[in-house]
Design a binder for this molecule. Structure first.
Ligand code: FAD
Ligand code: FES
Length: 275
């Protein structure tokens, strides 16, 4: 059984900036002791609602980027979608608010030893951690082609600096308001063939991850998936985040906050996921 990420720490960090990016919010948080150990794919848990709140459960967010800021030291950046009470509270906070943060949590994207051709496939805000990953892949000499999908143009997350990092960006939207009308999986097979893709990383809604994994399996391409199961504690205690995974020839329920969120697509028992 894996233990909680050994680099994980608790800290109280100041919200340094918050701005709107399409329908999302880009947050920069001071995270001394957390940002330094963060790797692409890790996430953090935040307490929401303030000290008197009835919202006892932490909310977890993928780390979009971690870096050293010349004025504020170690910082992490998040991309947050408003989707309930906790995220509504978070994005309503003003600069200077102090937040309780635990992280970095979970597994990170494993990096290839050789400079291979990589596709990163992101859905909605799930694209955010993939751009940090792309920086690391490029530093290893990999070619990186990004396929970014969303329901509509305001939900496409493809920042300018991220677009500059990768070799190409293909955008798809369900309603055709940006890029190609359709889904990421409509364009993925052609890109795999054209760019001779050796390895796929994906992050986004579960249905998208499964559809990408079907393609990856059919073409025998390794696929690393960042899953997003509901998490109530984020640190291995509550079991809300379990996902059916293959362990030998048996299916076992595994905590994705500890053994994930980044998992080899082959290990997930997709047929059992919806049950
Ligand atoms: C690994 C991971 C990465 C994520 N990254 C991002 C990200 O980068 N950006 C982003 O916007 N969102 C992200 N999410 C989703 C985020 O954690 C929240 O689920 C989402 O913001 C909705 O939370 P809310 O507080 O707004 O909604 P609410 O409806 O207030 O709360 C939903 C959250 O509380 C938990 N919860 C509430 N009640 C219960 C209960 N009774 N039992 C168990 N759990 C309960 C759920 O797990 C869920 O996380 C991520 C989730 C995971 C698992
Ligand atoms: S979120 Fe509680 S065990 Fe994983």
């Amino acid at each position: 059984m894996r233990q909680i990420n050994k680099a994980a720490r608790h800290t109280t960090g100041r919200l340094l900036s918050i701005r709107k990016v399409g329908t999302y919010f880009h947050l920069v948080l001071q995270a001394e002791g957390i940002a330094e150990g963060a790797k692409p794919g890790n996430f953090i848990a935040l307490s929401v609602g303030g000290d008197q709140s009835s919202m006892l459960l932490h909310r977890v967010f993928a780390i979009y980027r971690s870096r050293q800021d010349p004025s504020h030291g170690a910082v992490i950046e998040l991309i947050v979608a408003r989707s309930g009470k906790g995220s509504d509270w978070l994005v309503a906070q003003s600069e200077g608010t102090l937040l309780k943060i635990t992280g970095p949590l979970g597994t990170s994207f494993p990096l290839p030893a050789d400079p291979v051709n990589v596709a990163i496939v992101g859905g909605g805000y799930g694209a955010a951690p993939l751009f940090d990953l792309a920086d690391h892949l490029k530093a290893r000499g990999c070619r990186v082609d990004a396929i970014i999908g969303a329901a509509t143009s305001s939900k496409v997350f493809a920042p300018l600096e991220g677009k500059r990092t990768v070799n190409s960006v293909t955008v798809t939207t369900d309603d055709g308001s940006a890029g190609i009308q359709g889904r990421v999986t409509d364009v993925l097979p052609e890109i795999i063939t054209r760019q001779r893709i050796d390895l796929i990383y994906s992050c986004g809604p579960m249905a998208m991850l499964r559809a990408v994994d079907d393609i990856a399996r059919s073409l025998s391409i390794p696929h690393q998936v960042s899953v997003e199961e509901a998490m109530a504690c984020g640190v291995g205690i509550c079991m809300t985040c379990v996902l059916p995974m293959m362990r030998g020839d048996k299916v076992k329920m595994v905590r994705t906050c500890i053994e994930g969120p980044v998992i080899d697509g082959e290990e997930i028992a997709w047929d059992e996921v919806a049950r």
